[in-house]
Design a protein around this ligand. Structure first.
Ligand SMILES: NC(=O)c1ccc[n+]([C@@H]2O[C@H](COP(=O)([O-])OP(=O)(O)OC[C@H]3O[C@@H](n4cnc5c(N)ncnc54)[C@H](OP(=O)(O)O)[C@@H]3O)[C@@H](O)[C@H]2O)c1
Length: 334
């Protein structure tokens, strides 16, 4: 496993990290979840990503149990806050009240005294940015969080947060967590250029487009049983990729992977890691063998000719519209 700095911070993270959205506390049983975490640790993954809202807070509990007994200094634990964790009017968002209460819930569920990175899961249009950043800074001073990051913020939102931090002497953002894959490149337009200048690293999610880039979903056929797209509870978010045209193009990536002696998943993860602004690619898994296969993308170098072939195959199926970043954060509560 190779390691990278998290943005311009001193923190080293494994360039492939393990995340538990959709899986822990939901799609997979506790035993399978622990087996995946054990496989990740065995393969050299040290960075683990979760969120308070995943599986209605159960995902943090499962990860906490799975990491029990692991030397705390040997892992980096990331979590997030923003989406509702309860029915109350303050059980959501980035207010001082919610951040202050939410971190204690996350620490308790994760069984740790601090998280390495605390991320604003989305931008909160209803809370002054100064209030959020001051509270994050207070949590750093109180030793509950070590670094501050965001997820799916637009370039102007990140820029404003950095300006406020510089003016007020608050801790600066060190990372952004966006969706990024061969198929979903919307951060390349504005977010990456700004973050690159400012030393904010990208911790990217769904590098294999939730399984689509493994090539296991075949055009004209039902999703394989047990897969995310076949799961009635989890199938929603993967839906945007499940059309026959796109699935056909993905099959055309097979010769490229084969020429390099890589699996399709390894090719897709290696692709995001070619971007030097990516600090880590967060992989998900339902089985330990997926983790063991996917980590082999660490350290793989892809030539310009390979990147060109991939672009030719995927063609107009690559989403590059930078304005889509703004749609990731809800403007109102409803
Ligand atoms: N910040 C955010 O808003 C946000 C949003 C989403 C995710 N995330 C983070 O990113 C993490 C990863 O997201 P993701 O799970 O969508 O990532 P992903 O790595 O693109 O997809 C993972 C899924 O693909 C399938 N898969 C993995 N390896 C495979 C292989 N070798 N062969 C066949 N199928 C394979 C598995 O699902 P099946 O076996 O069920 O098919 C697995 O659960 C999350 O856990 C979370 O930490 C963050």
């Amino acid at each position: 496993m190779e390691f990278r700095h998290l943005g311009r911070s001193g923190l080293m993270v494994s360039e492939i990290s393990y995340g538990n959205w959709i899986t822990h506390g939901s799609q997979v049983e506790e035993e399978a979840a622990h087996a995946c975490v054990r496989a990740a640790l065995d393969e050299g993954i040290t960075t683990f990503d979760t969120a308070d809202a995943y599986a209605g807070t159960r995902a943090e509990e499962v990860l906490g149990r799975a990491l029990k007994g692991v030397r705390r200094e040997s892992v980096e634990i990331f979590t997030k806050v923003f989406w509702p964790t309860g029915d109350g009017q303050n059980d959501r968002g980035l207010s001082r009240k919610h951040l202050t209460e939410a971190i204690d819930g996350s620490l308790r569920r994760l069984g740790t005294d601090y998280v390495d990175l605390y991320q604003a899961h989305r931008y909160d249009y209803e809370t002054p940015l100064e209030e959020t950043l001051k509270t994050f800074d207070d949590l750093v001073r109180r030793g509950k969080i070590l670094y501050v990051g965001v997820s799916e913020w637009t370039a102007p939102q990140i820029q404003r947060a950095l300006e406020i931090a510089d003016q007020m002497g608050f801790d600066r953002l060190v990372s952004n967590q966006p969706q990024y894959s061969m198929l979903w490149r919307i951060i390349e337009a504005d977010v990456v250029p700004l973050c690159s200048r400012e030393g904010v690293g990208q911790v990217v999610w769904s590098p294999i487009a939730q399984g689509v880039l493994t090539g296991k979903y075949l055009p004209g056929q039902a999703p394989p049983s047990g897969s995310r797209a076949a799961d009635p509870v989890s199938a929603g978010p993967i839906g945007r990729f499940m059309n026959d045209d796109l699935l056909t193009r993905v099959q055309d990536l097979r010769p490229i992977a084969a020429d390099l002696g890589l699996s399709m998943a390894q090719l897709a993860i290696a692709w995001v890691l070619q971007n030097p602004d990516v600090s880590s690619a967060i992989i998900g898994a339902t089985r330990p063998d997926q983790v063991r296969e996917n980590v082999k993308a660490s350290g793989v170098k892809l030539g310009a000719d390979v990147l060109e072939r991939i672009d030719q195959v995927l063609g107009e199926h690559v989403q590059r519209d930078g304005s889509l970043v703004e749609r990731m954060s809800p403007k109102t509560r409803d």
